[in-house]
Design a protein around this ligand. Structure first.
Ligand SMILES: *Cc1c(COP(=O)(O)O)cnc(C)c1O
Length: 395
């Protein structure tokens, strides 16, 4: 392509006239969705433990291979309720290489976030680094299965067991993943899934807590209301509506097709990019079933000839909406950067990675032709690295 077409960054026409998105929500069968909505109208029951919600929770527990699945209006609230349900006090150790909600949930629950470093190959919470931060006030670990890649669940279990800590997993990316022959949701005390529209499985907005005591979780989700006359403790409103549950029921029918389609695209991306010097991939364990939720590249600027930011700019100029996930790190947020554990010197792997990761567009109906064009753009960036460096330095 470099011979045939000038890169948009260097003055050529953009490859796409309209944005090619990073992800697009899975669209369920519309007729089926309308059927369920008609039932909701007939029942005249829009929220509060309705028929759709009960059915969704039952089917999700089956699909996720867990005893119980308690849905919420989103994963951020679900994380807060998960932490709250364990009656924790003090510090929770988490990864800075995550979506802001992970850390905010700790803070909003009145707990103190403490950052540990990540494993440079898996991008996940490093139990060895976490061990250095465990002190008298530590009450829990909150690791994240980044891009659906299972954490070192055995190492984390050992550490938590030895130090008497609870474990809550942020499994927002890990729908339907399994590891060591077991569903991802069985590890730790609780796991939290996100059903936001940009996630693999979604209810438009939504989330769920897996594990724990479902009665306690339901109480916290509904103001603490036990019955007409008893309000037990302090709860919030974290309920998922019947309309969202209907969305989930119809999306669930298509999710395995979506996982398979993304799997084929992931394979195609790898084949087209793995020989490129300076391009590395996230290391995943052999014994896991992936969900193909994200496709990330790790760009080594010395080998590639361009930094991640320069590749990002090159693709963005073509209207390819790749993303720097997760940049900036949560530890750089003004709300947290004063924390001793937010010191960049203590988070070398996380800082290095946040400057190297680029997520490429991935969704079931992306299309192989689009994928080929995106991969070709990355290859063209590498081939034209010297010119890009020279000409963009002038601007
Ligand atoms: C999306 C996401 C969340 C928050 O999910 P919501 O359902 O949007 O509240 C939390 N953690 C991670 C890692 C996420 O990617």
């Amino acid at each position: 392509m470099s011979g045939r077409r000038e890169l948009a960054l260097l003055g050529g026409e953009p490859l796409y006239s309209k944005p090619l998105y990073l992800t697009r929500p899975l669209v369920p069968d519309e007729a089926r969705f309308h059927e369920l909505i008609a039932t909701i109208f007939r029942n005249r029951w829009f929220t509060n433990d309705g028929e759709m919600l009960r059915e969704l929770e039952k089917r999700l527990a089956l699909r996720l291979g867990v005893d119980s699945c308690t849905t919420f209006c989103n994963a951020t609230i679900a994380l807060q309720v998960a932490l709250r349900s364990l009656d924790l006090r003090g510090e929770v150790i988490t990864s800075p290489f995550t979506f802001p909600a992970t850390v905010h949930a700790i803070e909003w629950t009145g707990l103190t976030p403490v950052f540990c470093d990540i494993d440079p190959a898996t991008y996940n919470f490093d139990p060895a680094s976490a061990a250095e931060w465990i002190g008298a006030n530590t009450c829990a670990l909150l690791p994240v299965h980044v891009f659906g890649n299972p954490c070192d669940v055995v190492g984390i279990e050992k550490l938590a067991g030895a130090r008497g800590l609870r474990v809550v997993y942020d499994a927002a990316h890990a729908f339907a993943v399994s590891h060591l022959g077991r569903p991802i949701g069985v590890w730790g005390d609780l796991s939290v899934f996100s059903f936001h529209a940009t996630k693999l499985f979604h209810t438009a907005e939504g989330g769920a807590v897996v594990g724990g005591d479902p009665d306690r979780l339901k109480l916290l989700r509904n103001f603490g209301i036990l019955n007409e006359e008893v309000v037990r403790g302090s709860g919030l409103n974290g309920k998922l509506s019947e309309l969202h549950a209907a969305m989930g029921l119809t999306v669930l029918e298509k999710v395995d097709e979506e996982i398979a389609a993304r799997g084929r695209l992931t394979q195609a991306y790898r084949e087209r990019l793995e020989d490129l010097p300076g391009v590395h991939f996230q290391r995943t364990p052999a014994d896991h079933v992936p969900n193909n939720g994200y496709f990330s590249l790790e760009i080594d600027a010395d080998e590639f000839g361009l930094s991640r930011d320069q590749v990002h700019r090159t693709l963005r100029a073509e209207n390819i909406l790749c993303r720097k996930y997760f940049f900036p790190l949560c530890s750089e947020n003004e709300a947290y950067r004063h924390l001793p554990s937010a010191d960049p010197a203590r988070l070398p792997n996380a800082h290095r990675l946040a400057a190297r990761i680029l997520c490429l567009p991935l969704f079931g109906d992306l299309g192989m032709d689009n994928l080929e064009r995106i991969a070709e753009c990355v290859r063209a960036a590498r081939a034209g690295a010297e010119r890009i460096r020279r000409e963009t330095a002038l601007r």
